[in-house]
Write a protein that binds this ligand. Structure first.
Ligand code: UDP
Length: 310
């Protein structure tokens, strides 16, 4: 297949391109490098089946030739990034997603949207199932991301219903691994960076809020399977192994042999209290579940951060 991927230079986007190329496909990557980095794709410089185009997908663009699949991954995704770029975040989910859907329609290509567990907001249903409509503050600090992705989901369903585009929607839960930015503010790079530097580990709130962390290659495998199946409604992809942020800090300390103390900081507004995917649907229709343990995944991530720091 020939596949167009927006957000190709991002953390998950670059790993997804690697997987597509490993499966023998040809990839056209688009990125405006707002939060992605060309160096995430440097290893593909001599790959004849890969091409990277600098493109803001909220602006008009065209792709010559046949396209079999369109994958829309472009968006700031860490709370720090979308707080810095709230308007870009809303525009890429709305106008950008619209242009990617137009491309899929024009080329009669299948379409995959990478959406988010943030669609559930601060969830009152636990674990989160796809049929839950969510508990989202439409005007809070996270709203630029949450509503952007909710709009993108609605637009995707509209193109399917109105124009018959073969669409797919993944709701991605917390994912980690190599190529995350060290300074993107998310808990995995934040804690690892602090532990490796011997600096205090900054726990927001009392650390009783929970998250469930999925290693990036597991996530990418789920995305690949979803792109090839016939499901139109959202599918959760993530690791159901849930822990508190305090427990996570402890695990990071153990893994890095760090003596870093814990430093408590104020909890950001609207920080979800709990998050764990129900992956029953992905298990049933994709025959998928995560395989990499948190310990193994974190070791691979630590190696990457050590290399980066050096
Ligand atoms: N968090 C923390 N310290 C940090 C960064 C994040 O305690 O330095 C917490 C944050 O408040 C949240 C969780 O870790 O409860 C996950 O945050 P992250 O920014 O990684 O992603 P989120 O799941 O909130 O989108």
């Amino acid at each position: 297949m020939r596949i167009v991927v927006s957000g190709a230079a991002g953390f998950i986007g670059s790993h997804f391109c690697d997987r597509l190329l490993a499966e023998g496909h040809t990839v056209v990557g688009l990125d405006n490098f707002l939060t992605g980095a060309a160096r995430n794709l440097m290893h593909l410089a001599d790959e004849p089946r890969f091409r990277l185009i600098q493109q803001d997908i909220t602006e008009p663009f065209s792709i010559a030739g046949a396209v079999d699949a369109v994958v829309n991954m472009a968006s700031p995704a860490s709370p720090k990034d979308y707080h810095e770029h709230p308007i870009e975040t809303l525009m890429v989910g709305s106008a950008g997603t619209g242009r990617m859907l137009d491309l899929a329609r024009e080329k009669r290509a299948r379409f995959l949207l990478t959406s988010t567990s943030e669609c559930y907001g601060d969830p009152e249903v636990h674990p989160q199932v796809e049929s839950y409509w969510g508990h989202v503050n439409p005007v809070g600090p996270r709203s630029c991301y949450d509503e952007s992705k909710r709009f993108a989901e609605a637009l995707t369903m509209a193109y399917h219903r109105k124009h018959g585009v073969a669409t797919h929607i993944a709701r991605i839960f917390n994912t980690y691994g190599p190529r995350m930015k060290l300074n993107d503010g998310r808990v995995v790079p934040a804690f690892l960076g602090e532990a490796l530097a011997g600096a205090p580990i900054t726990v927001f709130g009392d650390g009783s809020q929970t998250r469930s962390f999925c290693y990036v290659t597991d996530l990418v495998d789920g995305l690949y399977r979803l792109m090839l199946c016939d499901e139109r409604y959202p599918v959760n992809l993530g690791n159901p192994h849930e822990m508190t942020i305090l427990e996570f800090a402890e695990q990071i300390r153990r893994l890095t042999d760090s003596q870093s103390p814990t430093e408590f900081r104020p909890l950001p507004e609207d920080d979800p209290k709990q998050r764990r995917p129900d992956i029953g649907k992905a298990r049933a229709i994709l025959d998928w579940e995560p395989r990499v343990t948190l310990e193994d995944g974190l070791r691979l991530t630590v190696e990457y951060f050590r290399r980066e720091a050096a």
